[in-house]
Each structure stands twice: as structure tokens, then as C-alpha cells.
Design a protein around this ligand. Sequence first.
Ligand SMILES: [Zn+2]
Length: 306
Amino acid sequence: MLLGEVREEIVRVCRELSSAGLVVGTAGNVSVRSGDLVAVTPSGLEYADLSAGLVGVHRLDGTPVEAPLKPTSELPLHLAVYAGTDAAAVVHTHSLAATAVSTLADELPAIHYYVAMFGGPVRVSPYATYGTDQLARNVVEALRGRTGCIMGSHGAVTIGPDLKTAHTRSLYLEWLSDLYLRATAAGKPRLLPPEEIEAVARKLTTYGQGVSLGGGAGDWGGAAPMRTGRQRVPSVPIAAWVPLRPPPGPRSTKAIPTAMAPPTKGPIRYAHHEVQSFRTRAGPSDRAGFIDAPLTGEPHSPARAI
Ligand SMILES: [Zn+2]
């Protein structure tokens, strides 16, 4: 079987994406480039029914080489990413938090140093109909100098020099998106300056090459830098021990509201805060994706929301 190992790995990653809840049903798609060939998931197939033989192999122009099923409708997107970057793997999901952010903001700003993994704040590409060349162009533009992007009112894309890296980045992009939703639901998060993100990117790269954390190199360790548009993005290692979800704590949904699970009851002040948060997110934003000031002009902090 052509690219047998690659196709097996795609099946494995698709099942992991499914079990992690990053894709639902037949949503999302995964591909790997190997030389002049691209192995990509087929269209409309439940991941439970996917097998390596059903993962199609196509040329870089989309021509099927060994593909028993129709390829994903987003094949143009995958091919455009391979044409426009040095990526060797693409993971596209409709993961819930990233997709929620895609409806709210123009950018996932530097609220946490993890954005260094993506080369900086993660852009939200303009909406275009799924499967179209316009969507593919929008995504490639949003990936300029980045290793991931959020697709307006659609989902998320992460890329990497290999499938493991692209897959892991999809998990961290979802974590960051969830963090953004929680932080903006509770107040106005502080942003890290660009020079700090650049410093962290350099630090993490050095760190991954020199030190093994928790019994192995990070998922970015040893990966070659990729060309993504005009900029070169450093390979950023990530510690294997970092939890993908916030640890459980003595926090209640009343104290830490999220956009996905608003509390059904709470103090009046809290309800006011939620309305304020909603209007804040829906209002005009600066480049960082935030409104300049709370609409009421009142001091705005998590402490006041509780
Ligand atoms: Zn999609």
C-alpha cells in the first residue's frame, strides 16, 4: 500500500482527535505530505469506520493516485497550505472553543505565552464557504508567519513539519481558545508584549533542544523550522507534562463562568457582568481583539465579577 505508515498514522490521529472531542462525526480532516504526494482523509466518513486503505493518496494538484473514496471537501485547503508553506502535515478541526473564538474575535491575542508556539497571536481568517478556493486562500494568508489559525465561523487549522506536531498544536490551540473564552468571560485579560512572545519562542526552542522534560523531548523538539510565508517560524518545543485542561480546583461555574456553560443563577452583579462581557466581545475591537474599555466605564476585573 502506497504510504502505508503515513496512512496508518492519519487513522490513529483521527481517532485521537475524535476521542479528545476536537472533531464530532465526520467534521475535520487531516493530511500529510510526502514528497509529491498527499495522503488525506476521505469525505463524509465516520472516523470509527476509517482505515488506512480508505485514506486517499493524491498528487499535489489533487489528482487521485490511490484513493478509493472521494477526498475531503477541504482538499483545496490542504493543497493550498502545502503550496504556500513548508508544512508537511495539516490538521483541520471544528474544535468547540476555537470555533467559538472564530465567531467573536479577529485574533486570539497574546493572553498566554503559549501563543509563541504559533509564531504569535493566532489570526482568525475571514469567513468563506467550506471547500472553496477562497477559504483556502484566506487560511493560507492567516497562516503567514504562523503555525496555526482559526477559520472565521468555521474551525481551526494547525500545521507542522510532521503530523505529530500539527496534531499536538491542534490540542494547544484548543486549550488557548478555551482559556481566552474563560478569561474574557471573567474580565479583560492582560496581553503579553510581542517582544516577550519572541523571547519565549527563542527560549522554548533552546529549551527543547537542550533539555528533556519528563522523560522525553517535547513534541516540538528537533522539528525543523518551517517556512510559513515570508517569516521563518522557530520550532517551539512544548513540555509533555503541561496539562491540556485546567486542573480541577475549588472553582465553581458561578465564579469562573465560561461562554459555553453560563451559570443558571447567580448574584445580580454577576448577571450584569455577563451582559457586559457579551457586549464587550460583540463590540468593536482593536487588533488584539478586545474592546478598548468596558462599555459602562466601570472598573472591570474578575474580582468584581464574583
Ligand atoms: Zn471544516
